[in-house]
Design a protein around this ligand. Structure first.
Ligand code: HEC
Ligand code: HEC
Length: 471
């Protein structure tokens, strides 16, 4: 009798403690205490600006002041579609070029931000969409020198026209070999900014021909990234995949000017305009899915998304909230190279430089992982992950199906409306030398990690995909 009571008691205790454990586990999941796999990125104050002025500056402004004389440029390139509806001598230029006046008065044509931050998709031009077709695989040294030869031939070796091209020419000769990617479609902008930064005096921002080399800078690696869409900016508390861009966004965004600016007083002038550029970029909206959506399926997908994805990516719709989480490498497990590189370079020198001074200071604060990005307009932004290693959403949500070697046509109408991404062809082996084939076995180009969709049933996965179309 007593034994039986004891057993019952024991059983009761076990059940009680088990249920207590469960409810504790539940509590800790629901509590606001930080789980260790993620950290919240705090917001930083931004300057306000005028979006209209910002747009004009973005597509007509003189933030890069060296380039090809406009006469020669027009001879080489027939007038384009004037997608930006610009006026005057800007009108015939392709959207990613701007005509500016060089310091010596010569009118030149140079690249603008849309070289990397705009693209056509299914025949529609989308400002703010990352250019995923850009080709940085070749060393352009000989091309830029050939252009210099043409300018010298046309205008004379000592002409003001050649002088107006000189800065860009010299800087390209320096950076071109240092920003070559191994496959087409990925972008080396982080390296570009880093190399240019090293050649600047931190205080005066004047150009230094021979910066000090250290053991770290000798080991140069090119980091491939997929250009993020700019319509997400208004939701983000930090810039860049590693969430390292903190403080004043406008100042961080003017890195392209490091290519040609003279010194910090010119930087201060450029800086004034970038608050307007930020204001404009914050008006950008994600492009809408252009086809029908099965709303019942999307509703089912929304529930799956809330259960499986929202803890990192937030919620959407009128009451949506974006939590701004940085996810640690050992949880996300995607290619670590970008994060590791960001930690290896000297971020302090940026934060201590002109950029980190004054009321609108910016700083670089590397962490150890990647930001879980907002997913607005995600359908349009293939390929996926920070290095563009995954061609579509279907395989992003089923890691076993991700192709190790894949090739697209780079025709921006070869979009697959079923898988939400690029149509592609699989290859069995890395095709050495064919840069059109994305090879995920290369360092920095890995397609591993983010396995959160793997355990979904095929029905749930398809439902999530349907839901993602609505964002
Ligand atoms: C050579 C290509 C290139 C050019 C030119 C370029 N960018 Fe970028 N930009 C990138 C890449 C790549 C990233 C992502 C880097 C990362 O997160 O590691 C980026 C990131 C950004 C971000 C942060 C986005 C985010 O969600 O974190 C902003 C804002 C931005 N660029 C604005 C600009 C502006 C404004 C210009 C012109 C002054 C410009 N960029 C010129 C390639 C470029
Ligand atoms: C633990 C946090 C976490 C969970 C859970 C999570 N994600 Fe992510 N997600 C991330 C991070 C971090 C990245 C960026 C990784 C990178 O680029 O290396 C990302 C990237 C993505 C991307 C690619 C974004 C781009 O622009 O390339 C998509 C799409 C995505 N997630 C969808 C989902 C869906 C759908 C789910 C649920 C099935 C989900 N995620 C669950 C953290 C998470």
């Amino acid at each position: 009798m007593i034994r039986r009571l004891l057993i019952l008691l024991l059983a009761a205790i076990t059940v009680f403690s088990f249920s207590q454990e469960r409810s504790l586990a539940k509590d800790s999941k629901a509590s606001t205490k930080k789980p260790r796999y993620r950290t919240r990125i705090p917001a930083s104050k931004q300057r306000s600006g005028d979006p209209e002025k910002g747009y004009k500056y973005l597509v007509e402004g003189d933030y890069i002041v060296s380039g090809i004389p406009i006469g020669l440029f027009s001879m080489a390139r027939p007038p384009g579609k004037n997608q930006l509806k610009r006026k005057g001598d800007q009108a015939p230029l392709p959207y990613h070029f701007t005509a500016v006046t060089a310091p010596n008065g010569v009118r030149v044509v140079t690249s603008n931000c849309l070289r990397c931050h705009a693209q056509t998709l299914n025949g529609k031009f989308i400002l703010g969409l990352g250019n995923s077709t850009v080709d940085f695989t070749a060393d352009r040294t000989s091309t830029v020198s050939m252009v210099d030869g043409m300018i010298a031939g046309l205008h004379g070796p000592d002409s003001p026209q050649r002088q107006a091209y000189k800065t860009l020419h010299e800087r390209f000769l320096l950076v071109s070999p240092l920003i070559q990617t191994k496959v087409r479609g990925v972008n080396p902008a982080d390296n570009l900014a880093f190399v240019l930064g090293r050649h600047r005096d931190p205080e005066t921002l004047e150009w230094i021909d021979k910066p000090k080399t250290t053991e770290k800078t000798k080991k140069h690696v090119v980091i491939p990234t997929d250009v993020p869409p700019l319509w997400l900016l208004k939701k983000k508390n930090a810039l860049y995949y590693t969430a390292s861009g903190r403080g004043d966004f406008s100042r961080l965004m003017m890195a392209s000017s490091l290519l040609t600016l003279k010194d910090s007083s010119e930087a201060a002038e450029i800086d004034k305009n970038f608050a307007d550029v930020l204001a404009f970029l914050e008006t950008l909206e994600a492009p809408k899915w252009p086809k029908e959506i099965d709303s019942a399926k999307a509703l089912q997908g929304e529930q799956v998304f809330k259960d499986e994805c929202a803890r990192c990516h937030g919620t959407y719709g009128p009451d949506g909230e974006f939590p701004n989480y940085m996810i640690k490498l050992d949880t996300i497990k995607t290619d670590p190279m970008l994060s590791d590189w960001q930690n290896s370079v000297d971020s302090h020198s940026y934060s201590k430089s002109w950029f980190g001074k004054g009321p609108y200071a910016a700083r670089l604060e590397p962490g150890n992982g990647y930001i879980a990005p907002p997913l607005d307009g995600i359908w349009a932004t293939a390929p996926y992950l920070h290095n563009g290693s995954v061609p579509d959403i279907l395989t992003l949500l089923n890691s076993k199906l991700r192709p190790p070697y894949w090739q697209r046509t780079f025709n921006t109408s070869d979009y697959d409306f079923g898988t939400l991404g690029w149509k592609y062809q699989k290859h069995e082996n890395s095709n050495k030398g064919d840069k059109n084939i994305y090879d995920t076995t290369l360092p920095g180009y890995g397609n591993q990690g983010h396995t959160f969709g793997d355990d979904l049933s095929e029905e749930d996965r398809q439902a999530v995909i349907e839901y993602l179309k609505t964002l």
